[in-house]
Design a protein around this ligand. Structure first.
Ligand code: UDX
Ligand code: UDX
Ligand code: ADP
Length: 459
């Protein structure tokens, strides 16, 4: 089947950039992205392209070039579903916060709502593509809903997990290592492969069965997160022995079997995927009574929680065992650079810990607005919203955030932090002036020459 009309349900960090690139590379296909969140759709339609709800380098230009031509954003979900030959489900699948599997299993209620919605309104045959990360065998549930509640039309279900990383989404989409399509019906698989073949070489389009595709997504994220936890585990050992974790990472990364990527020690990984997907893998393994498998992967999360906690503890200990009443500047709130996404960001947990010790926190992030900082802290429910408001200040300017601070904690590796006027920063801080570099982006010798007490990860 030749695809002429695509609908994507979910206008978030995955759906938005992915569909923008599909539209750009397939001018003959009409792509409509729908969402129940009207404010989000309005932001995607904003004439001012700096107001798009997702910040990604290069994205605004693509949206600007395609929007209104063959890329549309709408809240009319039913109409878009029925008009489409192919429907991507790209809604969020957060970890369950209630009931069975609370804190571990993926909450599939949004996916199920989508499937029921498709079944209700579709009057012509559809290919339904799972784009969101889903536990293995979710396709079965979607299939069952579609076949049992639909209007007697044909549905083909495909799994097409997205591997883009935030901050580099556009580049990742334009030049993917691979595109993975899992399914049972060859014609349906080929229809989707043709959409990607507009810009992705055939050899990079992998075709598997449904379950391999679903499991590959969870496994890829688990392996990536495991590398970060592995190097972070070594970082703690480095701090006590005099080894330097960046030197160790370089030395092991030159082994072609290990490879150099994803070996950057840090204050801990964040983002919407790693923790959620590993918890999900752990939950699935336990549900099959594979306790050794579950415990093995769970350790990646335990290590990551330890790394965040240890960073905060080290800061407190170095500041003479108390941060009570002290101003601590937190530079960076996003979970990595070049994104405005803060989901599971280490900054949230480190700040929460410092607030428990009665610190006064001054946050600056180039792309995260103040409301988001407060929402993230309030969501933890550790203290009242008024207390968060009183003890946390958010600054749009880094120099205001660091003024009179006892310490700076660098939480995100934004390039702008490397080129701050560190001499000027030093002159406005309390002395001794401490830097805790949670991303190892600054040079120890340069910082010490200015006068800072500089502490990095794994050094
Ligand atoms: C290893 C290291 O590779 C080498 O760099 C170091 O100097 C010594 O230890 P070696 O033990 O000789 O070398 O062999 P290696 O190829 O690493 O295999 C180790 C074991 O892992 C073998 O039993 C091998 O069968 C197994 N293995 C390896 C797997 O089961 N799967 C793999 O993908 C790779
Ligand atoms: C990840 C996967 O990379 C992507 O393929 C998948 O589709 C979604 O999940 P994302 O979470 O957007 O992408 O960003 P990623 O670059 O993987 O970083 C995740 C976290 O790990 C960030 O907090 C990052 O700072 C941290 N990280 C990454 C490290 O601490 N060290 C590293 O070496 C790499
Ligand atoms: P991701 O990182 O997976 O893209 P986001 O939370 O950024 O996750 O985006 C998911 C989007 O899906 C949100 O904008 C949300 O409003 C939307 N969504 C969730 N459920 C539905 C639904 N049943 N119908 C339409 N949109 C939905």
């Amino acid at each position: 089947m030749t695809i002429k009309n695509i609908c994507c349900i979910g206008a978030g960090y995955v759906g938005g950039p992915t569909m923008a690139v599909i539209a750009q590379k397939n001018p003959h296909i009409k792509v409509t992205i729908v969402d129940i969140n009207a404010a989000r759709i309005a932001a995607w339609n904003d004439a001012d392209l700096t107001k798009l709800p997702v910040y990604e380098p290069g994205l605004a230009a693509i949206v600007g070039a395609t929007r209104g031509k063959n890329l549309f954003f709408s809240t009319d979900i039913d109409q878009a579903i029925d008009a489409a030959d192919m429907i991507f489900i790209s809604v969020n699948t957060p970890t369950k916060t209630y009931g069975k599997g609370k804190g571990q299993a993926a909450d599939l209620k949004y996916i199920e709502l989508c499937a029921r919605n498709i079944a209700k309104v579709a009057t012509t045959d559809k290919i339904v593509v799972e784009k969101s990360t889903l536990p293995v065998r979710t396709a079965e549930a979607i299939k069952s809903i579609l076949h049992n509640t639909g209007n007697g039309i044909n549905f083909h279900i495909l799994s097409n997990p997205e591997f883009l990383a935030e901050g580099t989404a556009v580049d990742d989409l334009l030049q993917p290592d691979r595109v993975l399509i899992g399914g049972e019906n060859e014609a349906a698989i080929n229809s989707l492969a043709t959409v990607y073949a507009s810009w992705v070489p055939q050899a990079r389009i992998l075709k598997t069965n449904l379950w391999s595709s679903e499991l590959s997504k969870l496994t890829a994220n688990a392996f990536l997160a495991q590398r970060v936890s592995s190097i972070n585990a070594i970082s703690e050992l480095c701090e006590l022995t005099g080894a330097n974790v960046d030197e160790v990472a370089k030395a092991i990364g030159t082994d072609s079997r290990i490879g150099p990527k994803f070996l950057k020690a840090s204050v801990g990984f964040g983002g919407s995927c790693f923790q959620k997907d590993i918890l999900n893998l752990v939950y699935i393994a336990r549900s099959y009574n594979l306790h050794e498998v579950a415990n093995y992967w769970e350790q990646v999360i335990i290590m990551n929680d330890h790394q965040k906690r240890r960073f905060a503890d080290r800061l407190i200990k170095t500041l003479y065992n108390t941060v009570s009443g002290k101003k601590i500047a937190v530079l960076g709130w996003a979970f990595k650079k070049d994104t405005n996404d803060t989901r599971e960001s280490a900054a949230i947990y480190v700040t929460d810990h410092l607030l428990n010790e009665q610190a006064h926190i001054a946050v600056h992030d180039p792309k995260v607005p103040a409301e988001k900082v407060y929402t993230d802290l309030n969501y933890l429910n550790t203290r009242t919203e008024a207390e968060n408001q009183n003890n946390v200040a958010v600054y749009t300017n880094a120099y205001d955030a660091v003024k009179d601070a006892h310490a700076i904690a660098i939480m995100t590796e934004w390039d702008a932090f490397k080129t701050l006027d560190w001499e000027a920063v030093y002159s406005t801080m309390q002395k001794p002036a401490f830097i805790f570099d949670g991303r190892n982006i600054l040079d120890k010798h340069t910082m010490e020459a200015i006068g800072f007490e500089y502490h990095a990860i794994g050094q």
